[in-house]
Design a protein around this ligand. Structure first.
Ligand code: GDD
Ligand code: MN
Length: 389
């Protein structure tokens, strides 16, 4: 047990090992200057979770009297635990607070629920989330503001609402895992600890639920609606800086998680193939004065080769190692698809070249139209045959 379950408040540095039995639920609550909220939060949790074996771990980065209040709450109630952070750890902010909390409690309870301290996340919901996790045998229960029955009235002002909805759609466009829930950016969710035990959280991981969903694509996710009320006391710590951190989080997930955003990796490789193709065509036709059909053949051949190598190294860098047979089957299917694509390309390129013009810049444009035709055919066939789940 990395966190002492009974008794005195403990700091991160002085974590001691407690009793071996597992609590069923740990609440991880990040706090920064929430002195007006923690007492009421603890009281509401106590009322809402009677009969459930739970603990509340505050991961606190406050500079006000919040840690003192939490300390005295933990003296009254052994289920309240303080992890107070100072210095470099504290400047890690909200993201590392949540992951430090998850890491510290994972081994000592069955489920962890992450929630805010300002009562925008109603403690009454937690029981329902736990029951839902058990009933549906889910790995993650998301408390959603955006599903039927939920609302986000508590988001202050139209700008904050628009940013929230926009960033949610951005995540869902880039990562298909974010489409498993209507609210991938919520700070209110419950996880089965065993299901996320292998995940190595990165310090750039800003929205922890999104990090979990993308890093562990197989998780079973369900959701319950909730109403995001206005903050009880104190002020929001959301800022422009957090918005930028969110964008860098999306970028780092895309580049460092092999399975993340595969469709867009495929599209990026495709775009690079267009550049390779056009470059080879121009080089051979203009510089070496090659026949335009010969130039086209080399352009197509080399761009297919570069696409194949890049998709292998980048788009499916993980698949190669996890299942060779799957990969070979995929490859075997991809070839007839590629041949049909080349046919479509040539069927567009050649008549235009022959009957319209084979002069610069027309043949370059016709070549591009051929690529568009090939890509469309490739995409339609691939999504029906090659990448069908
Ligand atoms: N430990 C720690 N360190 N906690 C922090 C920090 C920090 O640097 N910054 C904020 N918190 C705590 C707050 O004390 C609060 O309990 C919780 O994190 C949420 O912070 P708020 O300042 O209340 O954020 P919000 O209400 O504007 O944003 C909420 O909604 C977002 C979605 O719109 C949060 O739930 C976000 O996680 C959520 O993505
Ligand atoms: Mn808040």
């Amino acid at each position: 047990l990395p966190v002492e379950p009974q008794g005195q408040a403990t700091s991160m540095g002085g974590v001691r090992y407690g009793k071996p039995e597992k609590a069923s639920l740990t609440l991880v609550v990040p706090t920064r200057n929430e002195s007006g909220n923690v007492e009421r939060l603890v009281r509401e949790i106590r009322e809402a979770l009677s009969g459930i074996d739970y603990r509340v771990v505050f991961v606190d980065d406050s500079t006000d009297e919040t840690p003192g209040i939490i300390r005295s709450l933990s003296e009254e109630d052994g289920r309240v635990v303080l992890m107070h952070r100072e210095g470099a750890e504290r400047s890690g902010g909200l993201s590392t607070a949540v992951t430090a909390g998850l890491d510290a409690v994972a081994a000592s309870s069955e489920y962890t629920c992450v929630m805010d301290a300002d009562l925008q996340h109603p403690p009454r919901k937690v029981r329902e989330m736990l029951e839902e996790a058990r009933e549906s045998d889910a790995d993650v229960v998301v408390a959603s503001r955006y599903t039927e029955g939920g609302d986000y009235e508590g988001l202050s002002g139209p700008v904050r609402k628009a940013v929230s909805v926009g960033s949610k759609y951005l995540a869902q466009v880039v990562f298909k895992e974010a489409r498993k829930t209507t609210d991938p950016m919520t700070g209110f969710f419950l996880v089965r600890n065993a299901a996320i035990s292998g995940i190595q959280f990165r310090p750039t991981g800003f929205k922890i639920l999104l990090e979990i969903l993308v890093c562990a694509p197989e998780l079973k996710v369900v959701e319950v609606p909730f109403s995001f009320r206005t903050r009880n006391a104190g002020v929001s710590k959301a800022s422009m800086k957090q918005g930028l951190e969110y964008l860098s989080h999306i970028t780092s997930l895309f580049w460092y998680v092999p399975s993340a955003g595969r469709f867009w990796k495929f599209a990026l490789v495709g775009a690079s193939g267009v550049l390779v193709n056009t470059f080879v065509l121009l080089l051979l036709a203009e510089y070496f004065d090659a026949h335009k059909v010969i130039a086209w053949m080399f352009a197509v051949g080399l761009s297919i080769l570069s696409n194949f190598l890049l998709n292998n190294a980048f788009t499916w860098s993980d698949v190669r190692h996890s299942s060779r047979i799957h990969f070979l089957l995929r490859g075997a299917l991809a070839y007839p698809v590629a041949i049909v694509g080349i046919g479509a390309n040539f069927a567009v390129y050649y008549p235009l070249l022959k009957y319209v013009s084979d002069a610069f810049p027309y043949y370059v444009l016709f070549n591009f139209l051929g690529i568009v035709a090939a890509t469309s055919v490739n995409f339609i066939l691939s999504s029906r045959l090659v990448f069908k789940p």
